[in-house]
Design a protein around this ligand. Structure first.
Ligand SMILES: [Zn+2]
Ligand SMILES: [Zn+2]
Length: 509
């Protein structure tokens, strides 16, 4: 009985000291000395909210990253290029989208929308006077009817400039001002809410709320695409997806450079995303009557083979399964570099980063609201591979035996995520000169310098890391490991404090 208690106490102390409470034990083999030992590395789970200290540390890193890039006055990456500025921008944007697509594919997600974006961009690249295809792609792409192409909305389009920097303004006193934007985008209303819960739950459109949450990240992609077209420069952003009180995701975005407020609102209003999936409104199979596996899923009564994912896509009608747009509530705020306002926005941007979307519940009404939201998500297909497609008479992509509708294990259906399983921090490629890993390295260098130690780069081949087998006698109980980390942290803190005191004392005496 004593042990779990001791562990709880160790955890509390660890949190107070900012030490990871879910460390991962790894065996580290030093190739130089031949020494092998078990070491703890921080879990680093920034958003799973399993480890508050790591989440907090991550939030601080993100704030540093946001601050660093927002008001840059020099281009972060300078690449000489013979293509025109506009052409370069297009190709770079295409590269971003390609990377996105590849990541999606690796996660066996739905790439069809990104494929459509790529097709559109390839056409634009050719129209901009470049021949051929950037990738010389050979893999076959799903060809869609023009009706189903995601068209660019009717928006003003400026000539593309290759800069990522916003305009500056000279004031009468000779000072230069570098204004940027802080934008908040919100989803539409699904019914009247009060204190984060629907006034009338029966009138609240949970299905739409669920679908909007599932496809929110696609809408954000479209917004950025449209923003760049209208702005006429390579707009950079640092954005976070956070839960609103009514549990819908919304977006805070620090944008480098400025655009007229009315134009931002116009872009938000014109941005939409169409989901070209089979229908998921009428259940064909439910309860005990579910498709059975027979080298592919078949109707349990007739034995008729259900259409595969690709076949279902080929049979789509002219109506998308879902169209997602932003709501009317678009907030655009001008922010000046280095102002207290900018700092406040950065704190605001990262306010909920340590919390999962479904973790901010407050009161009975809101908990019931969350439960209904999760119910609505239960049978909503989250991706082409979602087992829920069986309910609507379609074989999921990559169908395999054992799939049961309502039992999808993907993050999107979970109460912590409430439909949004994407990344919570979205940073454009040329935001700052640094990646998050480099920001981490900055902090490390700072501490080591304060300690008067050289921060020599470690030879990447020096260590070989291996997972630790369960029950490895070298892994101490978690309580002991936490206490060790706390002691280590305290030693460093004390050392830093001593150094500070030394530098504060006059040396001349
Ligand atoms: Zn941790
Ligand atoms: Zn699913």
């Amino acid at each position: 009985m004593a042990q779990p208690l001791a562990r709880d106490v160790a955890e509390e102390i660890a949190k107070l000291h900012g030490v990871c409470i879910r460390p991962v034990a790894l065996r580290r083999l030093d190739m130089t000395t031949g020494k092998s030992e078990v070491v703890d590395v921080p879990c680093g789970s920034p958003l799973e909210s399993k480890c508050p200290p790591c989440a907090k540390r991550n939030r601080q890193l993100r704030m540093a990253q946001c601050r660093e890039g927002w008001h840059l006055d020099e281009e972060p990456i300078i690449t000489p290029d013979e293509a025109t500025d506009g052409q370069r921008c297009l190709v770079e944007f295409r590269a971003d989208m390609q990377a996105k697509r590849d990541t999606e594919e690796k996660a066996s997600g739905d790439t069809s929308d990104l494929d459509a974006v790529l097709t559109g961009l390839d056409i634009e690249i050719n129209e901009a006077g470049m021949r051929g295809n950037v990738l010389g792609r050979t893999a076959s792409k799903r060809v869609r009817s023009t009706k189903r192409r995601q068209d660019a909305p009717d928006l003003p389009k400026r000539k593309m400039d290759s800069t990522t920097l916003g305009r500056t303004f000279e004031a009468a006193d000779g000072r230069t001002y570098r204004p940027s934007l802080f934008v908040t985008l919100t989803l539409p209303s699904y019914g009247k809410v009060m204190n984060g819960a629907p006034v009338d739950p029966d009138m609240y459109d949970y299905v739409r709320a669920a679908r909007d949450a599932l496809h929110f990240s696609k809408l954000v992609d479209r917004f950025v695409q449209n923003l760049r077209r209208v702005a006429g420069y390579d707009v950079q952003y640092f954005a976070t997806v956070e839960p609103q009180k009514r549990l819908a995701p919304h977006l805070h975005m620090a944008v480098r450079g400025t655009l007229p407020r009315a134009e931002m609102k116009q872009i938000a209003a014109a941005t939409y995303h169409q989901v070209w999936w089979p229908q998921a409104d009428e259940a064909r199979f439910e309860g005990d009557r579910l498709p059975i596996w027979n080298d592919g899923y078949v109707d349990p009564d007739t034995g008729e083979v259900l259409p595969t994912w690709d076949e279902a896509l080929d049979q789509l009608g002219d109506e998308p399964m879902h169209v997602i747009r932003f709501g009317d509530q678009v907030d655009v705020k001008g922010v000046l570099a280095g102002s207290p306002d900018a700092d406040q926005c950065i704190r605001y941007l990262s306010k909920y980063l340590t919390k999962s979307l479904g973790e901010t519940l407050d009161g009975q009404a809101q908990r019931e609201h969350a439960a209904r939201f999760v119910d609505a998500l239960r049978y909503e297909p989250c991706s082409p591979t979602c087992p829920n497609w069986l309910r609507y008479g379609v074989q999921p992509k990559n169908a395999k035996p054992g799939m049961v509708p309502g039992c999808c294990r993907s993050k999107a259906h979970k109460p912590e995520h409430l439909g949004y399983a994407g990344r919570r921090v979205l940073v454009s490629r040329k935001w700052s000169n640094k990646t998050l890993a480099e920001h981490k390295q900055d902090r490390r260098t700072w501490v080591l310098e304060a300690l008067g130690q050289a921060d020599e780069p470690t030879d990447p081949h020096r260590y070989v890391w291996q997972p630790v087998r369960p029950g490895d006698p070298e892994v101490a109980p978690i309580g002991v490991r936490l206490l060790r980390s706390i002691a280590e942290r305290q030693r460093w803190r004390a050392h830093l404090r001593r150094l500070e005191e030394l530098s504060a004392t006059p040396q001349a005496a």
